[in-house]
Design a protein around this ligand. Sequence first.
Ligand code: ZN
Length: 437
Amino acid sequence: MRIWELKDVIAFDKLGQQMHDFISELYPICRSITGEGVRETLRIVQGQISLELHEVPTSTDVLDWTIPREWNIKDAYIMNSNGERVVDFRESNLHVMGYSVPVKEKMRLSELRKHLHTLPEQPDWIPYRTSYYNEDWAFCISQNQLLELDDDEYEVCIDSSLEDGYLTYGEYYLQGQTLEEVLISSHTCHPSMCNDNLSGIALVTFLAKYISTSSHRYSYRFLFAPATIGSLTWLASNEENVHRIKHGLVIACVGDPGSVTYKKSRRGDAEIDRVAKHVLRHYTEDYQIRDFSPYGYDERQYCSPGFNLTVGSLTRSPNGEFDEYHTSADNLDLVQPMYLADSFIKVLTILDVLEDNKTYMNLFPKGEPQLGKRGLYRKVGGPDIDMDPLAVLWVLNLSDGQHSLLSIADRADIKFDQIRNAANVLLDHNLLEEIPS
Ligand code: ZN
């Protein structure tokens, strides 16, 4: 039985808009790897799903790392000698380099320039910069803003704090029929940018909400954590349980017009890798599949050699490969409901195949069973049964307890749905028996 109905296109269109609205709500919040912005974001996620928030104190050792002090910011500006804010944090939180230490000083432009980041090749855009593990302060402004700064004396203020506090992450667990888990992870540490990382937060939130209403074989663990330090923290706190993770996906950058990109797990031939490849090949015209590389998002941690989890990564344009990446142009116009919905369908289709990728035994393996006397011969493909006769023959032939439905689908070069439909009809006629995994 299909557990998720994927054909309800109208509902999925609405879902794209809902995800976009959700991104719009989260967009103004100033997030970082710690601080109130992350808490506020996760509280808004709690409006959709029963997310559990974890607070891990500053200075806690996590694997080879240490939880940093908590960073918060109230205000920041650069003010000219006329008392005008020429750069104002209230207009864009990207104006302050993330984790900037507090500062309140007067300085000439020549001195201030040492603390200004711009993007000369995109003169209207504000770059996104951070300095988490190195105490510093800076402003990020557009190149055009820089050109307008006169040789004046400026008051520079960053009203931030770096104090002992907590790293906050969110976790939502949905138990299935088995304790074997699917891990779905998204990062939460970016301020006002939409594709990286709000599109991932939105997709994972609505995915969790959707799956919570379905019956599912696997248990699902949805993780919302700051990049790198957050997944390290989760791994450090859950080392004894990670063996339950059978499949995983890191989800980010899923709202832009680029084609869907799947990056394989470090193992390269894990079930999630084969499922993603099948789904993209059969259900998508334009896609990319890449081998694992130790660059990107939190798959770097999940696929580190000491864990080597079967976690792949799904994006549209990968990190660093779209012009708007890590700039103010990664905004509400870049991400569009149709791309969010399309990404959602791809992820759900991957999970749908994983859920039903079972292995069967043909109960009449000596010769072909006679389909005619069971009413299956030539009836196939009729209005009542969506069944491909070739798929039936493949399922009967390869259901020897050694081939999962996905491996049959790949071997036959037939869509998983057709193979599954054939298996379901054969099960209904007592021609197959499921082999427990
Ligand atoms: Zn990023």
